[in-house]
Design a binder for this molecule. Structure first.
Ligand code: DGJ
Length: 296
């Protein structure tokens, strides 16, 4: 589809994903929940001016989390802000001066709650925590609970994966982004258990996207270069908390070394049994982060 058209860098407006109001979809670093026949796309709201930090890195004020819904993965209805940024309390985890990235939502069958985990950080990325929010409805509003350092470890880029047995796992870049952790969540998905596995030790991987195919687990990650593209890597394992093997770059063809100007964020199991998956990536535009687009 036209959504898949590749471009050469920053003149991306032409290829933006639009919602049913014709507006640029504002759901970066996103993920998809498929529930009762509807796809829900959650992501970072990036609005307002981009500006440089003393370190030289670029940011926008934290904008909270958006949700879009769709029956066909093509027509997306804006469901609005499902978790708002805080504008009044600079000490709040979700204050606009902070960082709110890579939100992912899963549904808990036992509690019938929608659980969101996300990366929250200070603007210099030293806070490095995972935060959790909960809602009775897929379209929110989500109630913020808290941020944590899972089992005492720092946590940045992340994703969630729910296995067929209902167990949920939190994948996150830890240990100064050098090593990835996979932590088993509690039955209600609101806490970390003490069960976790360190993978890709000292390999510096981020932007994890996880899926399962024929009883095997797969992960796509990026390297660590801020908003700049770098080569992706994919790995797999027979056991989710097992020893994951990395196989190298899954991309082929032109611009495969920079995922066609994208950085992964999620893999949608459209029909996993029939080997149908969609890889979702962000095409970051660090000069103007709000105009970052997407690549599937
Ligand atoms: C790379 C991460 O994957 C993004 O989510 C974001 O944190 C940028 N770094 C910030 O530079």
């Amino acid at each position: 589809s036209s959504h898949c058209v590749l471009n050469n860098g920053y003149s991306q407006e032409k290829y933006t994903f639009k919602d049913t109001d014709g507006k640029h979809i504002n759901a970066h670093g996103g993920g998809i929940l498929f529930h009762k026949g509807t796809y829900y796309w959650y992501g970072e709201i990036k609005e307002g001016e981009s500006y440089s930090m003393p370190s030289g890195s670029r940011r926008v004020d934290a904008g909270g989390v958006s949700c879009y819904s769709s029956k066909d993965l093509k027509n997306w209805k804006n469901e609005g802000v499902v978790l708002a940024a805080n504008t009044t309390d600079p000490n709040h985890d979700l204050h606009i001066s902070k960082v709110i990235e890579r939100p992912k939502v899963v549904y808990n069958k036992k509690t019938k709650k929608y659980v969101m985990w996300m990366h929250v950080d200070s603007e210099d990325y030293s806070y490095a925590r995972s935060a959790v929010a909960v809602s009775d409805k897929a379209t929110g509003p989500f109630t913020y609970i808290e941020s944590v350092r899972p089992n005492g470890y720092i946590a940045r880029d992340m994703t969630l994966f729910v296995d067929d047995d209902g167990k949920a796992y939190h994948f996150f870049s830890s240990e100064d982004n050098k090593t990835m952790h996979i932590a088993l969540l509690s039955d209600d998905y609101l806490k970390h258990t003490t069960t976790y596995k360190r993978i890709f030790i000292e390999k510096s991987r981020e932007a994890p996207a996880v899926f399962k195919y024929k009883k095997r687990y797969y992960i796509v990650t990026s390297g660590l270069t801020g908003w700049h593209q770098n080569e992706a890597n994919y790995g797999s394992s027979d056991e989710i908390l097992g020893d994951w093997t990395n196989y190298g770059n899954p991309c082929k063809g032109k611009d495969a070394h920079i995922p066609y100007y994208g950085q992964g964020t999620f893999v949608i199991p459209v029909n996993a049994k029939k080997n149908k998956f969609i890889f979702m990536a962000d095409k970051w535009n660090e000069r103007d982060l709000k105009s970052s687009t997407y690549l599937w």
